[in-house]
Design a protein around this ligand. Sequence first.
Ligand code: HEM
Ligand code: HEM
Length: 303
Amino acid sequence: MSTISKKMTSNKSQAGHQAEENAEVEKIRARVRARRLQTARELAGRMQILPDGTRVFIRFNARERFEHQILIGSFTTLGLTGLMQSFSRIGIVSWVINILLGGIETLRTIHHLAAIVFGIQAIYHFSGIIYLWFVKRELGSMWPKWDDLKGLLGMFKFNLNMAKERPAFDRFSIEEKVEYWALLWGTVIMGITGIFQWFPLLITSLLPGIAIPIARTIHAWEAILAVLAILTWHMYHTVIKENNQSIFTGVMTEEEMQETHALEYRRILAAVEFIHKASLKHQNETKETVEVSHEMVELGTTD
Ligand code: HEM
Ligand code: HEM
């Protein structure tokens, strides 16, 4: 083969490679666009317009609200029946246990039943996290970020009257993230130490006997910490300070969103605009998928 024909063959194969690469890049781009469109749809769906024209924002879906109500029921029962055991020597508590409930066994049975509900809820929630991390490959909006430190500092300044405006938060504020991670961590501790006390024979066949009294002490003190955290931190931030009812009603008003979740609010509006532009383009019968406009803010994640 002459040098010229060799060169031509190699140019042809190079062009073939280039075409394959271009096709691959185009496929990836199409996937990214489809994903952005899906995110935008989900985000835009969070804004609802009532018949009188008022805009409301969906904060928690039915599944999230149901999870929280199960948590209220099981946690309150566990806290009450657990702390009654810790303080059973107090006169009124002893009367409730022995006369009203007919003995400590009833109290323990209620604690165990509530622990099963609490445990199932926890497993369900952890499965959701696994799905989010490993199937959807997203960290989720509760994941800590460096910006949270800025939010923390901003909240200190705002609370101390050193700043006029509160920092702009995304889906979850710093107070909400702290609450969530404390609960997650507390659930693991309470679950493990609870199981240690529930099945002492099994545990001591694997670990030294001292493990049981240690577990009991940790369980009892963590219970006090968790109950106090809910009664002070959580109740103050949700009920007293904000009168936030979104975990029951599912929605927030536009003012509440602007004030407490300004970044998420902007992302939702950007998504609504994006979907609007997309449908306009579709109406114009353009076959290509809509490109994200540069002036739009990042859409981010939905979970
Ligand atoms: C999956 C979670 C949990 C399990 C498996 C569990 C299990 C247990 C068990 C087996 C006991 C020993 C007495 C008994 O048999 O009833 C106990 C005691 C206790 N539990 Fe739990 N529990 C759980 C969660 C909680 C939570 C969330 C709280 C409080 C918010 C709590 C508060 C207490 C308290 C205060 C005691 C008495 C400790 C003492 O003074 O001896 N438990 N728990
Ligand atoms: C009657 C009692 C309770 C009320 C009125 C209440 C209220 C609320 C409200 C309004 C929110 C939504 C906050 C937001 O906009 O993000 C929320 C979220 C949450 N709640 Fe509760 N709650 C109660 C009990 C509990 C209990 C017992 C637990 C757990 C042990 C809990 C754990 C959480 C968590 C982890 C969140 C998500 C993080 C956050 O947004 O703060 N709540 N709750």
